[in-house]
Design a protein around this ligand. Structure first.
Ligand code: PLP
Length: 235
């Protein structure tokens, strides 16, 4: 299949760019996790990425994540990257490796409650709407520290860093200040020495701007189109 070759080739190309940005920034390539964002794509395509060596997959819908979780190999780390409704937390809390999109205390409380029930520890990132776009979820730059402090007091939930979705731009350089601001916020929060949290993860950068994000300190990049090709949404 022509497509199979393309997925491998795409993954290799993305990895090469990550490696070269890491080298320029004096970072180690293994400190950056490439998350293959597989939403809307069929399992066959995910398996191609898996066979290439990918173990980190990102989905933005609970049902789709669960469907793929059922049939895909068990050593995959599933990343919930989309807006999460509180009534769906119970379905994924013991199945995902990391929830990237926690933006309110109410959602964190629900995750904590379900994690206690299932006797797991939920690892999460706090989503920050750095660019202050009205159409996007995420807490504000002003409120994020307080939110992290509040979540840190809840049982069975662990803040592991921050996430942002940068605006869609033609020139990725335009997003550089967004990424450097998220990095700065994470350093500020780290300096607070809050118990039970770390700021080891910075999830930022997508197909259009992951190179810039890596150069500004991303530890997770979320790449969909650049690996699997453009998405087609059913009407
Ligand atoms: C879809 C999505 C991505 C991947 O976007 P591409 O531009 O296709 O790489 C990354 N992050 C989030 C939160 C997404 O919803």
């Amino acid at each position: 299949m022509v497509e199979d070759v393309t997925i491998r080739k795409n993954m290799k190309a993305v990895e090469d760019i990550i490696a070269s940005e890491c080298q320029k920034a004096g970072r180690k390539p293994e400190d950056v996790t490439l998350i293959a964002v597989s939403k809307t794509k069929p399992v066959e395509m995910l398996m191609e990425a898996y066979e290439y060596g990918c173990r980190d997959f990102g989905e933005n819908k609970v049902q789709e994540l669960l469907d793929k979780y059922e049939v895909m190999p068990k050593d995959i780390r599933w990343h919930m990257i989309g807006h999460l409704q509180r009534n769906k937390v119970k379905y994924i809390v013991d199945k995902v490796y990391l929830i990237h999109s926690v933006d309110s205390l109410r959602l964190a409380e629900e995750i904590s409650k379900e994690a206690v029930k299932k006797n797991v520890c939920a690892n999460i990132l706090v989503e920050v709407n750095v660019a202050n776009e009205e159409t996007k979820f995420g807490t504000t730059c002003e409120e994020v520290k307080q939110l992290v402090q509040d979540i840190a007091k809840l049982p069975n939930i662990c803040v592991k860093g921050l996430m942002t979705i940068a605006p869609f731009v033609e020139n990725a350089e335009k997003n550089r200040p967004i990424f450097s601001k998220l990095k700065k916020i994470s350093v500020d929060i780290m300096d607070e020495n809050i118990d039970n949290i770390t700021m080891e993860n910075l999830s930022m950068g997508m197909t259009g701007d992951y190179a810039v994000a890596v150069s500004e300190g991303a530890t997770c990049v979320r790449v969909g189109t650049g690996i699997f090709g453009v998405r087609q949404y059913m009407p």
